[in-house]
Design a protein around this ligand. Structure first.
Ligand code: PLP
Length: 232
């Protein structure tokens, strides 16, 4: 199947997942384009993809240079502090704010650009050591730290589920992120909103939506399996 059919199928699956849990709100699809040929990415945009996600700063910058302002860009992967300067002011949302040093750098670069950068806090709900992200018990202190940076606006949370076929484990992870959002909301922090929950990839975006995601990040189901050319 082609990109158009795949994209239509994903959008339909999103609506079905919403229906299963009686949701009427909007779920934003982020089309993840890492390693994908430009032609296919353009096809996806022609077929209605509005939001593009990349997990590496250099690749994101390349996309922005090629595709321009007709879509929104999302930084979804681990972000090294020394790469912030390349993407600041060009991305709608950074999904991977996961440490103080990164917050400090984003704040500094946003200030220089005279803008406020929207960010999601990346969390490690499953507790896997290989995953980056803030642990649940560190969330409130971390939010409070980020609130001291006036050029960052926290807009919600992001997480990744473990790589497993065990639906219960995946569901628990996503539900855990939902609980975290509720916990932050209860604090009534000023200048910190919890409007976005970014969770769910090709394997598990329908489960994520059932558990409250309103941003899903999907690559493989739209473009097919990625070819990393032997490297990652
Ligand atoms: C690659 C990637 C995705 C999309 O993964 P697929 O399985 O291809 O849908 C989502 N989120 C992040 C952070 C990624 O790096």
């Amino acid at each position: 199947m082609g990109v158009k059919e795949n994209l239509e199928q994903v959008l339909e699956n999103i609506e079905r997942a919403k229906d299963r849990v009686g949701r009427k709100d909007h779920v934003q699809l982020i089309t993840v384009t890492k390693t994908i040929d430009e032609d296919l990415v353009r096809q996806a945009i022609e077929c209605g993809a509005t939001d593009i996600g990349e997990n590496r700063a250099q690749e994101l910058v390349k996309r922005i240079d090629l595709l321009g302002e007709k879509v929104n860009y999302h930084m979804i992967g681990n972000l090294q502090s020394n790469k912030v300067k390349y993407i600041i002011n060009k991305v709608k949302l950074i999904h991977s704010l996961d440490r103080k040093s990164l917050a400090k750098e984003i704040n500094k670069r946003a200030k220089r650009n005279d803008m406020v950068q929207d960010c999601l806090i990346q969390m490690n709900i499953s507790g896997e050591e290989s995953k980056s992200g803030i642990a649940e018990e560190e969330l409130l202190p971390f939010v409070e730290k980020v609130l001291t940076f006036p050029y960052i606006h926290v807009r919600g949370l992001m997480t990744m589920a473990p790589f497993t076929d065990d639906e219960d484990v995946i569901r628990k992870t996503f539900n855990g992120l939902y609980q975290c959002k509720e916990l932050v909301e209860k604090q009534n922090y000023r200048e910190c909103s919890m409007e976005y929950l970014s969770m769910g990839m090709s394997q598990d975006y329908e489960i994520a939506i059932e558990e409250g995601a309103n941003m899903v990040r999907v690559g493989t189901s739209i473009f097919g399996k990625r070819d990393y050319g032997g490297k990652r």
